[in-house]
Design a protein around this ligand. Structure first.
Ligand code: NAD
Length: 322
């Protein structure tokens, strides 16, 4: 299956559909990554915080060894965790993450969240999570400004440790601020984006500035029900929503494919996750059919500005999106 690429503002190319690695179990992760490569996935969206970078790398190494792909066929994304925002921590942790994957560059490296928390050494706890203490009771912030962190991330691109660099979970205000100091404009903005949370003006701003958008949690509440999040359980599932299933039936596609196509047809990249072979193939086939303009509009009209991925929704007292 051929997946189109998005040309980034630094000249690199990013596949429009990828495989998301959050909540992929360590025990099955290498096999899942291998299977995804066999199915045709070339983009893998990882992060320090997902705690499975070693296993992701093992799956990739096996696929390369078996001759399925070469490293240059793949687009590997990772992210800087909040506790490594202090400028002097950025390069060492990136090098550790590269070593975990068993590769010597990331295709894309993102600031995961616009919040700096106190450094915890990898030897002490890894991935460190949100809390400074092992018991998980206290959040302590670091004094690193987002400007200082972005400048350190720019160095990763200059040194070839990341071919492209970007940000995740940034708002319009944070992007506008970043434009005042950035030497390198982010190539990608990764954000929560589904019909209940469309962030139209943020999408507009990124487009105006030539920043590609990757949508995460494209199925809305589905991902957060797995995390026992009350607001997700209390929200009508998108995958079973009459509007979405009606459009899906009309096109002979699944509800998941309609939700992903709603994003890709509007120029966004998507990174769904599934450990089911049939769904894995389905989720990759989301650029080969077209929705009607009025169908896209009706889906967009479901927006209720409902963001699920907020620390406080997990009981974590970090007010980054307050
Ligand atoms: P997702 O939207 O991909 O949904 C996953 C859920 O949908 C799972 O329960 C899965 O079983 C189900 N599903 C997948 N395919 C399906 C299909 N075809 N039919 C029916 N159900 C299906 O959720 P996500 O994992 O939250 O987001 C995708 C990726 O985005 C993550 O794995 C991660 O890489 C990235 N992400 C990034 C951030 C960030 O802060 N930058 C936050 C969340 C997720």
């Amino acid at each position: 299956m051929s997946v189109p690429s998005i040309e980034l503002n630094d000249g690199n190319k990013m596949p429009q559909v990828g495989f998301g690695l959050w909540k992929v179990d360590n025990a099955t992760c290498a096999d899942q990554v291998y299977e995804a490569i066999k199915t045709g996935y070339r983009l893998f969206d990882g992060a320090c915080d997902y705690g499975n970078e070693v296993e992701c790398g093992a799956g990739i190494a096996r696929a390369i060894k078996d001759g399925l792909v070469q490293r240059s066929d793949l687009f590997i994304t990772s992210k800087l965790w909040n506790s490594f925002h202090d400028a002097e921590q950025v390069e060492p942790i990136t090098r550790k993450q590269l070593a975990d994957w068993g590769i010597d560059y990331f295709d894309l490296y993102l600031i995961h969240f616009p919040v700096a928390i106190k450094y915890v050494a990898p030897e002490v706890r890894y991935p460190p999570g949100w809390y400074v203490d092992d018991a998980g009771t206290q959040i302590e912030h670091s004094k690193a400004s987002l400007e200082s962190t972005w400048k350190a991330v720019e160095q990763l691109k200059k040194k070839g440790l990341a071919k492209s660099v970007g940000v995740s979970n940034y708002t319009g205000a944070l992007l506008l601020d970043l434009f005042t100091y950035a030497e390198i404009t982010p190539a990608v903005l990764q954000i929560e984006h589904h019909p209940y949370f469309t962030q139209e003006n943020l999408v507009k701003l990124a487009k105006e500035r030539g920043i590609a958008i990757t949508a995460y949690s494209s199925f809305g509440p589905a991902s957060f029900i797995e995390c026992d999040m009350k607001v997700a359980a209390d929200t009508q599932p998108l995958l079973q929503h009459d509007l979405i299933t009606g459009i899906a039936d009309k096109h002979g596609k699944s509800a998941a494919q309609v939700l992903l196509r709603w994003a890709t047809q509007r120029g966004l990249a998507v990174i769904p996750k599934s450990n089911d072979k049939k769904r894995l193939a389905q989720n990759l086939d989301v650029t080969s059919f077209d929705l009607a303009e009025d169908e896209i509009q009706k889906i967009s009209d479901l927006n209720i500005n409902l963001k699920f991925n907020v620390p406080t929704n997990y009981g974590i007292p970090c007010y980054v999106f307050a």
